[in-house]
Design a protein around this ligand. Structure first.
Ligand SMILES: *Cc1c(COP(=O)(O)O)cnc(C)c1O
Length: 426
């Protein structure tokens, strides 16, 4: 594999962009080596600046659920751009987008569009605080909700110690209001709620975690959290930036049959353009400005080009719900095929998956939370990552990320992927 151009571009990028990238994980820092620079993509394939072709399992971290350069989305963007790219004034398309989302997610009465998942989660927390009049939030170790200050409290190793460790640039004053608990541990949350009686505004969770590899909620876990939130007047927020419109039309709420009070979206909702959203029941959402006094705004929110991309993508999904079954089946195919090749070589592993989210941890214990995920063999994953890249398979460059399948993947692509894994010696 020739990487000359990518290597050169990376050196050049570092002269004017911090670390050569505009989002850290792209730099390959955790897996080592030099990132490949992407030139274009179509369907299931990425093409880099050296002419190497890869089967893509990142899909822009989720949005490209129907594959790259999906014709209807590309055409819609091209057409819309002719009518100007931004107005900063209301449009019919924003109403249609909101109505479409509501038709897919029944417990959303009102929805506000923003420009990223970070913005959506940050705004949802502000709303929960404004609505309840309480300050603290509970998040879970290993869950990612974007880079807003409140979410960057470093997850500690246990809940016994109140976690007030801070990140450079995040004040202790902000961090002290973010409490953390291990994922899949209901008792830890009960204890936090007990210790901070009437102080907790919101519990925010990835209903299926995807930012420590893919981790599923255990039986009755989300239901248990739902109950605690109901009893304690806490807003239960599902961060569906990853899972929304990916696990099903109604996201994790529908797939797992559980309702949150507020839901945040990103990734798929923008069809590959910068879009996020947060929504929920009217009685909570009506506290957002200009209806209520919780302020939230955005110059490019509801941008017509972003809206038409998302609207077209969601319409495709809604009109062809069989896509989700096809994705499930493709994911199951990998989940069956990969263990066969690993078992042959005695490579210990666990594969977690749901819908079109899947990840491999190299270890001999179940992966249920951040601690178990971090005890997997990370150096072996990094070696696996580079092996797969060499063999034309582009996996997320971190053991702590879920892979995202697109429906452009063919069974030949899946076979090629399994075959590439088959030549991995461990
Ligand atoms: C990606 C992600 C975010 C952040 O979204 P951005 O668009 O990158 O700001 C938030 N929550 C979850 C669960 C995510 O996966």
């Amino acid at each position: 594999m020739n990487n000359n151009n990518s290597n050169e571009l990376f050196e050049r990028a570092k002269q004017s962009i911090p670390g050569g990238v505009n989002s850290p994980v792209r730099a390959f820092k955790s897996v080592g080596g030099t990132p490949v620079f992407i030139k274009s993509a179509k369907g299931a394939y990425l093409l880099d600046e050296d002419g190497n072709k890869y089967i893509d399992y990142i899909n822009s971290w989720g949005p490209m659920i129907l594959g790259h350069a999906y014709d209807p989305v590309v055409k819609a963007i091209q057409e819309k751009a002719l009518d100007s790219t931004s107005f900063g004034a209301p449009t019919l398309l924003e109403i249609e987008m909101a109505e479409l989302i509501k038709s897919m997610v029944p417990n959303v009465d009102l929805i506000r569009m923003v420009s990223s998942g970070t913005e959506a989660c940050m705004s949802a927390i502000r709303l929960a605080r404004g609505y309840t009049g309480k300050n603290k939030i509970i998040k879970f170790e290993g869950c990612y909700h974007g880079h807003a200050d409140s979410f960057l409290v470093k997850a500690g190793s246990g809940v016994a110690t109140l976690n007030i460790q801070t990140m450079p640039g995040v004040t202790a004053g902000v961090s002290v209001d973010t409490l953390t608990a291990p994922y899949n541990n209901l008792e830890a949350v009960k204890k936090l709620v007990e210790e901070n009686k009437n102080e907790i505004a919101a519990v925010i969770i990835e209903p299926v975690a995807g930012n420590m590899g893919c981790i599923l909620p255990q039986k009755n876990y989300l239901e248990g959290l739902r109950k605690i939130c109901d009893e304690e007047n806490i807003i239960f927020i599902f961060d569906e930036v990853m899972t929304g419109f990916r696990l099903s039309l109604g996201g994790a709420q529908e797939k797992l049959n559980i309702d949150a009070d507020l839901v945040t979206y990103g990734k798929v909702i923008g069809g590959g353009l910068p879009v996020g959203a947060f929504g929920g029941r009217r009685k909570i959402m009506e506290h957002i400005s200009p209806l209520g006094n919780v302020y939230q705004a955005g110059t490019l929110s509801g941008n017509p080009i972003a809206m038409i991309a998302g609207y077209t993508m969601l319409t495709e999904l809604k009109n062809n719900p069989g896509i989700y079954k096809e994705l499930d089946e493709k994911c199951s195919y990998l989940k069956k095929g990969l263990p066969e090749v690993f078992n042959k070589k005695g490579i210990k592993h666990r594969i977690n998956s749901l819908g079109s989210m899947i990840s491999i941890h190299f270890c001999d214990h179940d992966i249920t939370d951040f601690e178990t995920a971090s005890k997997a063999d990370i150096p072996l994953f990094n070696k696996f990552f580079h092996h797969m890249l060499e063999h034309g398979v582009y996996l997320p460059p971190s053991a702590y990320e879920s892979w995202f399948l697109s429906n452009a993947l063919t069974y030949e692509n899946l076979d090629e992927t399994i075959k590439a894994a088959d030549s991995f010696q461990g």
